[in-house]
Design a protein around this ligand. Structure first.
Ligand code: 3PY
Ligand code: MG
Length: 258
């Protein structure tokens, strides 16, 4: 059988804006519902959400039949965890809290097989190779893997120029919440000083070989980010959509009996 194609990576290469949502509900049902809603990518979050390897696998399986790209955000840079996530079939990884070129190089090595990297070989046991049904798996896997790193601290911003030079990184994603916290503006991602740093970082990424991405739910900020050349945008989270829809529904009713 054919190697699964990474449409998200292709979209970035063709300069097509990729719109997505974070998935934090750790539910195959809600993942499958959202998979049919027209987003380019859905990001299974295992950094802040209660997702583990089996729940990531189950959601990948639930969404496999739908025309959506799936990304996974692991909780750490651990190459063992990264190997396992790639093994269950994640093709695009978003790695949080990358602060140096060395960390970026280590992460590139974690997603590549020797001699270019350190990923362990076990395709007979792995969904990534469809248990060896994909005949030319080793020839194709690097081209179908997409590595995205999060820049979300003062240190990461300081080292952005060097991180941008690291071969094998496909995109850099600004995390406004953590960046704001790192700058001393906890819970104020829209603070003008935070926005100035984000603008500067996006300016460096414009025209660079690596795609820029960011998260926001603020329509004004999203417009601004889009105008500054961002190629992948996370515009919400399943948890937040559910919460807001439930609050709005409830608010439409009076508590008083007629
Ligand atoms: C952040 O804002 O810190 C994120 O990781 C997601 O956008
Ligand atoms: Mg973050």
């Amino acid at each position: 059988m054919d190697m699964p194609h990474n449409h998200f990576k292709q979209g970035l290469a063709e300069n097509r804006l990729q719109l997505g949502l974070f998935l934090g509900l750790a539910s195959t049902l809600s993942a499958e519902i959202l998979a049919a809603c027209g987003f380019d990518f859905l990001l299974i979050d295992a950094e802040h959400s209660p997702n583990d390897l089996p729940s990531v696998l189950a959601q990948l399986q639930a969404m496999a039949a739908y025309p959506v790209s799936v990304m996974v955000r692991p909780a750490s840079h651990d190459p063992v965890l990264i190997r396992q996530l790639l093994g269950v079939g994640a093709q695009t990884l978003l790695i949080p809290m990358v602060e140096s070129a060395q960390q970026a190089r280590d992460l590139v090595a974690a997603v590549r097989y020797p001699p270019r990297g350190i990923r362990g070989v076990g395709t007979a046991l792995e969904r990534s190779a469809r248990w060896n049904h994909v005949a030319d798996y080793f020839a194709q896997t690097e081209a179908q893997t997409c590595l995205l790193l999060q820049i979300e601290s003062c240190e990461g911003v300081k080292n952005l120029d060097e991180i941008l030079q690291v071969d094998g990184v496909d995109g850099l994603f600004i995390g406004p919440a953590d960046l704001a916290a790192s700058m001393g503006y906890l819970n104020q991602p829209a603070h003008p000083e935070v926005q100035a740093v984000i603008e500067q970082a996006l300016g460096k990424l414009r025209g660079a070989a690596k795609a820029a991405g960011i998260f926001s739910t603020d329509p004004q900020l999203l417009k601004k980010y889009q105008a500054s050349g961002v190629r992948f945008l996370a515009v919400g989270a399943d948890t937040q959509i559910l919460r807001n829809a439930a609050v709005n529904l409830r608010q439409g009713f009076s508590s008083k009996a007629a």
